[in-house]
Design a protein around this ligand. Structure first.
Ligand SMILES: [Zn+2]
Ligand SMILES: [Zn+2]
Length: 321
């Protein structure tokens, strides 16, 4: 797999990795043993949540990641199974003494829905900012991550998300000394700025190594596999994707309800050249998703059937050893 490995390592450089926790994997309604499809990621201790169905805070509490460091919520769309947990979660953030701002991203129409949900959570001790995005934008997410979006095809406007943890070029200190660059200028060069000092000058290319790939993931749910997605997701290390239906005979149902089968999700992972695939957002009628795993692995072998509590870590490749 390019650029990342999933699994823990003993020594952690928090700026070089993304931790992932799948809180739930259900679509439409929560079940006694299956919470609604929701993903939590952590980078440098800061949290971003993807979708917030009914009961999201319960598995969150169980897996012990804490609420206070949540800085952003990314909604795929505003169907109830993706937003109904919001008022309770906002209260839990308040109870956890969150005082820094929280941003919420979602497709057009999100602000009106969130305003409605906020009527039962009107007073919060932190700034809560809702930002509607159309698809195609990039924005900062907590912990130095970069988020971007693409429009999907569903009954409502729906966003697919890509998250990148970029990696700085290596700084060649020996080369900087040889060139006589004063140490006080090193930071500017690392940031990509040219420097001039008494007796000389340098540009970043003088002391920085080649571009290095970071790590990345995609979060795609409640959409048909629209043609723009493989290019949008190209080369990601992990795709977390809906597989509402396991049985290939449900393909017409998937098309009609604007969801995906396991086969379609696996094809999307393959066409995106993703490293791994986690399936989620299972129909309540899909009682044993594992039974249909072969439908996905036949196309994309690196497929995991998601479950509440599934964790992983994406980290810069040569930090593994
Ligand atoms: Zn859904
Ligand atoms: Zn939906």
């Amino acid at each position: 797999m390019i650029g990342a490995v999933i699994g823990r390592k003993p020594q952690r450089d928090e700026s070089a990795l993304i931790d992932l926790l799948l809180l739930g994997t259900g679509g439409m309604l929560p079940l006694p043993d299956r919470w609604l499809s929701t993903l939590l990621i952590r980078c440098q201790g800061e949290l971003t949540l993807f979708d917030c169905g009914e009961g999201t805070q319960i598995p969150w509490k169980r897996f012990g990641w804490g609420f206070r460091r949540l800085g952003a919520i990314c909604l795929s769309h505003t169907h109830a199974d993706h937003v109904a947990g919001l008022p309770g979660l906002l209260h839990s953030l308040a109870n956890a003494d969150r005082s820094e701002p929280v941003q919420l991203f979602g497709p057009p129409g999100t602000a009106r829905v969130v305003e409605g949900l906020r009527t039962i959570a009107p007073h919060l001790p932190y700034e809560f900012v809702v930002r509607e995005v159309d698809g195609g934008e990039s924005f900062s997410l907590p912990g130095g991550l970069v988020g971007s979006t693409a429009l999907g095809e569903h009954a409502l406007p729906c966003l697919s998300y890509r998250v990148d943890l970029p990696r700085a070029r290596r700084f060649d200190a020996a080369r900087a000394r040889t060139l006589g660059v004063p140490q006080g200028c090193w930071r500017d060069l690392q940031r990509g700025e040219s420097v001039v000092w008494d007796g000389g000058s340098a540009v970043p290319d003088d002391v920085l190594g080649p571009e290095r790939s970071g790590v990345s993931l995609g979060y795609v749910t409640d959409t048909r596999p629209v043609p723009a997605l493989p290019a949008f997701l190209r080369g990601i290390d992990l795709l977390i994707c809906e597989g509402t239906y396991g049985n290939p005979e449900d393909a017409s149902k998937a098309s009609q309800n604007r969801h995906m089968t396991f086969t379609e999700a696996a094809t999307l992972a393959r066409d995106s050249e993703a490293g791994q695939l986690w399936l989620t957002h299972f129909s309540p009628a899909l009682t044993d998703p594992e039974a249909w795993r072969g439908e996905a692995t036949a196309i994309f072998p690196e497929t995991t059937i998601g479950y509440s509590g599934l964790t992983g870590t994406l980290q810069f490749q040569d930090d593994r050893e």
